[in-house]
Design a protein around this ligand. Sequence first.
Ligand SMILES: NC(=O)C1=CN([C@@H]2O[C@H](COP(=O)(O)OP(=O)(O)OC[C@H]3O[C@@H](n4cnc5c(N)ncnc54)[C@H](O)[C@@H]3O)[C@@H](O)[C@H]2O)[C@@H](O)CC1
Ligand SMILES: [K+]
Length: 511
Amino acid sequence: MSNELLSPVEMAEADRLAIATGPFNGIGLMRRAGAAVAAVVLARYPAATPVHVLCGPGNNGGDGYVVARLLAEAGVDVAIWVSGKPRAGSDAAIAAAECPVAPRPLTAFAPDFGSIVVDALYGAGLSKSLPVDATNAIDFARSLLLPVVAIDLPSGVSGDTGAVLGEEAFRADITVTFARKKPGHLLLPGRELCGEIVLADIGIPDSVVNDLIPRTFENKPALWVGNLPVPATDAHKYKRGHAGVFSGGPSTTGAARLSALAAARAGAGAVTVLSPADAMQINAAHLTAIMLRRSDTVADLNNFIGERRPSAFVLGPGFGVGERTRDLALAILRAGRQGAASGIGGLVLDADGITSFRDEPASLFEATREPHAPALVMTPHEGEFARLFSDIAADKSLSKLAKARAAAQRANAVVVYKGADTVIVAPNGLAAINGNGAPWLATAGSGDVLAGIIAGLLAQGMAVFAAAAAAVWIHAEAGRRFGPGLIAEDLPLAMVPVLRELVEAKQADAI
Ligand SMILES: NC(=O)C1=CN([C@@H]2O[C@H](COP(=O)(O)OP(=O)(O)OC[C@H]3O[C@@H](n4cnc5c(N)ncnc54)[C@H](O)[C@@H]3O)[C@@H](O)[C@H]2O)[C@@H](O)CC1
Ligand SMILES: [K+]
């Protein structure tokens, strides 16, 4: 796998271990990094002249000196603008000494139309807001709309958090990074500022990365496809799991039906909408393959569990906020106390289900720690997250990833912290950051569909973190491929080709 994400500190450690293991020493890795960037510049901007390479004081600048040398050797007109000299004896100092292009101070940076910028000011080592010579250079390049190729990260962007440290950062067209991506390449606004990301192999062995035991991954099928449920030849519908989805009252039933349909498309063999008595007629008029059952009280729920052996639930979409919501959620989490026989793989708590616990989150978090409690998956967007985890949400020192980690640990739940950069985290800290989202997914009901996909996978017995991560990717992929005009109703059907490819990939892998 190459979808591990390394923090800048882990990357520096990988770098150190790789140098210790060989075959490349520090300047060797730097030459390879610079060569990868130069190749991208030559391939993508063959007519650019001149190429302005902006070099900072650290190893990011060192990569820049290598790029400038290689471009000059290839006959390209190159200028170097420097902010801070490399430390004597450093790899960057060696790269600077090998570079035939005369450096000029960044304060004198004066590009023309038609030129391009290689941003080698700061990379993984950025520790504070950019100095003024850097921000002036950014403003200058932006005013001329110059294409920017960033080395490792656009200067100003934190590799840890994706945040801009200070006021300004480069907005790159292409970012060339090395060995593995960092969280800042996927978390916003970093992802936007990176442009296209090219991942270059500079000779850091996979074994070095594995030795670091990474806990954070880009959410890609390789992470969970082996776990994706595929029905066995002798499958019958209840072997494929049974998902229960709670419907709201007469005027808010649509959200549950969207979840239910998504759970069915995700492969749950049976799906039942659990409807209040006064919404039965409306639900009945709109359901075909999905079953319908009256359920108003916790007693009704317990009867359903006892009779129909559901294996997953969705509670929240269109359901309403309040005590009844809390009671039902806690009853599901306690249903596991009857022993493993209850067979409930998990509860997906979404929307109103999350908000209902705003004033008493501890009751939910305690219930998840009961022996045999079914797994809890929560799918908050930013507002819902802040309602349940207000202190964590308010902590400006934490990235979205760190916030989701703190929340997952506190709640003992898988937290799917939604947004254009959805983060999925397990209580033990295992995390995935999603990168295939598309703006088309920002549409009413989209979250209801996601909750349903998670429940559909859980119902079939998929491991909880894998189910949540897979659902996020599948949902995003379906929306991305559908594109303009997408509404939530389209998503369940748009998932079908995505699922087909995943099942085929899993089967091909198994051969
Ligand atoms: N880790 C790896 O695998 C490799 C890393 N390489 C490069 O090395 C880079 C990391 O190098 P460094 O750790 O030297 O870090 P950087 O080159 O990103 O920056 C560190 C230097 O800038 C200073 N600095 C940081 N933020 C500043 C700010 N806002 N204003 C003023 N000064 C600031 C630091 O004190 C330090 O001197 C990577 O981004 C990558 O480009 C490559 O050379 C090859 C291998
Ligand atoms: K950079």
